[in-house]
Design a protein around this ligand. Structure first.
Ligand code: SB7
Ligand code: NI
Length: 188
């Protein structure tokens, strides 16, 4: 089981590497790792389990964060309206994900971003693209092509950054962290 002890923190060189693509069919290890990563996210979002296991809540986890430099990431974005839907907004393990196109429209989370590999708050807007077209392979090797917008699109961009050795704070304007370019959509 993956716990916080398995997650490497900023300063670890693996977080700055460009991760390697996986090939299909996946090895049993790669499949198992994907399942374990998703299980971590599920546990982290379950208040009881999170308390028990002392997990920080997470909506994504990229393999490099557990020191595996491969292009795979689990994403679990809960329903934005749990009253009306138990279905997560987006849930899958993405292998070799690639963003095929981006909207011109930019967006940033009003609260800024955090990262399980960063044990401090880094204030500031992280400007990303509001909408993306994403291609990835699932654990079965099926090719998926989907459009995401707003929060799920932001999360996937954060995760794909990990596969490229990029940290969220690399995007924050150092001198004025809350300075926004014109027209950037703020997601609350
Ligand atoms: C805020 C949080 C995340 C993504 C985008 C905005 C994910 C946090 C967990 N991770 O560190 C995953 O890499
Ligand atoms: Ni992260």
């Amino acid at each position: 089981m993956i716990t916080m002890d398995d997650i490497i923190r900023e300063g670890h060189p693996t977080l700055r590497k460009v991760a390697k693509e996986v090939s299909f069919p996946l090895s049993d290890e790669e499949k198992e790792l994907g399942k374990e990563m998703m299980k971590f996210l599920e546990n982290s979002q379950d208040p009881k389990k999170a308390e028990e296991l002392q997990l920080r809540g997470g909506v994504g986890l990229a393999a490099p964060q557990i020191n595996v430099s491969k292009r795979m990431t689990a994403v679990l974005v809960p329903s934005l309206d749990p009253e009306n839907s138990a279905e997560p907004e987006f849930k899958d393990v993405l292998y070799n994900p690639k963003i095929l196109s981006y909207s011109v429209q930019e967006a940033a989370l009003g609260e800024g971003e955090g990262c399980l590999s960063v044990d401090r708050e880094v204030p500031g807007y992280v400007t990303r693209q509001a909408r993306i077209t994403l291609r990835y392979f699932n654990a079965l090797g099926e090719k998926k092509k989907i459009r995401l917008k707003n929060y799920p699109a932001i999360v996937v961009q954060h995760e794909i950054d990990h596969l490229n050795g990029i940290m969220f704070y690399d995007h924050i304007n150092e001198k004025s962290p809350f300075k926004l370019a014109e027209g950037v959509l703020i997601i609350e």
